[in-house]
Design a protein around this ligand. Structure first.
Ligand SMILES: C[S@@+](CC[C@H](N)C(=O)[O-])C[C@H]1O[C@@H](n2cnc3c(N)ncnc32)[C@H](O)[C@@H]1O
Length: 300
């Protein structure tokens, strides 16, 4: 391990435990069912990291940076060097037919190449792509023959890096099960400023993220303020964590066959819901079983 990849906390374990259980259940079903066994299954980790995570004990980064892209997520109750999602996926038994790891950081790509060497039995099945997650995924969804392929996609960004166009491309395949980390308190709630809707770049970013400008009506309401001379109509934030979450789930429900109705709130030590871990199933035939399993695993 040469490159340090620092993020996480206890909530990270909660998230990755659910993913691990789902991957095992998914591959078990696809192996046992003779018709499903004819399909080629891929696990996609579009924000793959390094395959492990190192959590600093005393670090904290709780202020919103100007750019969300490189936001590190620290939580100081974490332990050092734990498994990351790529390693967890490679340990899945029965294994997937194919693994696609997408990561934009070249140093992390080098770590993923080392990880490949630790799994010789499936090394030939691993594809590592250095690239931007949205562009790479949208292209992959377009190029893949979904009559013979099925996949589980895991979207594990730091903040609002996932574009709605990517979620839509995934849903349109009708062949993918999606686990997505919604950056509830970590990003979205912080961008939705109390004094009125964000303008300019942040407004555009929210629209690209939700795939609609309706977030403004959903999260803000008119309120009258008395000024020195007059009464003024302003917009004030009226959305709770639950309402923001419900809005995202509604958006998922518009494009996926089924969406788990018990997503997992991942909270930091101060009990703030920093992320919502959501599941959506794309294949109309497989969705009822997939949702049943995911809801059981989410288990709250
Ligand atoms: C939260 S970490 C992923 C952790 C990983 N899933 C795990 O469990 O070990 C997010 C990763 O996404 C990468 N990343 C951020 N924005 C990206 C983008 N637009 N495209 C591809 N990778 C990105 C970061 O370099 C970082 O490694």
């Amino acid at each position: 391990m040469t490159t340090s990849h620092q993020f996480g906390g206890q909530w990270t374990d909660e998230k990755l435990d659910r993913l691990r259980k789902y991957l095992h259940a998914y591959r078990t079903i696809f192996t046992k069912n003779p018709r499903a066994a004819m399909l080629r299954t891929t696990f996609v980790d579009a924000f793959a990291g390094t395959g492990y995570r190192q959590s600093p004990k005393a670090a904290s980064a709780q202020t919103l940076p100007l750019r969300l892209d490189d936001l590190p997520v620290y939580d100081d109750d974490a332990t050092l060097f734990q498994q990351g999602s790529a390693r967890i996926a490679l340990e899945t038994s029965p294994p997937f037919d194919h693994y696609l790891f997408i990561e934009q950081n070249p140093a992390y790509i080098a770590e993923l190449e080392q990880l490949r060497q630790q799994f010789p039995a499936v090394a030939q099945r691993i594809e590592i792509v250095q690239g931007e997650a949205n562009a790479t995924l949208q292209d992959w969804c377009r190029r893949t023959n979904w009559r013979t392929n099925r996949a589980v996609v895991f979207l594990d960004p730091y903040g609002m890096e996932v574009e709605w166009a990517t979620i839509e491309a995934i849903a349109n395949t009708q062949a993918i099960d999606l686990w997505v980390l919604f950056p509830l308190g970590q990003a979205v709630n912080r961008v939705l400023t109390r004094s009125g809707p964000p303008q300019g770049g942040w407004s555009d970013r929210l629209t690209k993220f939700f795939g609609t400008a309706d977030w403004k009506n959903a999260f803000y309401r008119p309120s009258s303020q008395m000024t020195l001379f007059d009464e003024e109509e302003q917009l004030e934030k009226g959305a709770s964590f639950e309402q923001i979450s419900a809005f995202f789930l509604q958006r998922l429900n518009l494009v996926f066959s089924k969406v788990a109705d018990n997503p997992l709130y991942l909270r930091n030590r101060k009990n703030v819901p920093i992320y919502l871990f959501c599941f959506a199933a794309g294949n109309p035939k497989g969705a009822p079983t997939a949702i049943k399993i995911a809801q059981h695993i989410l288990g709250n």
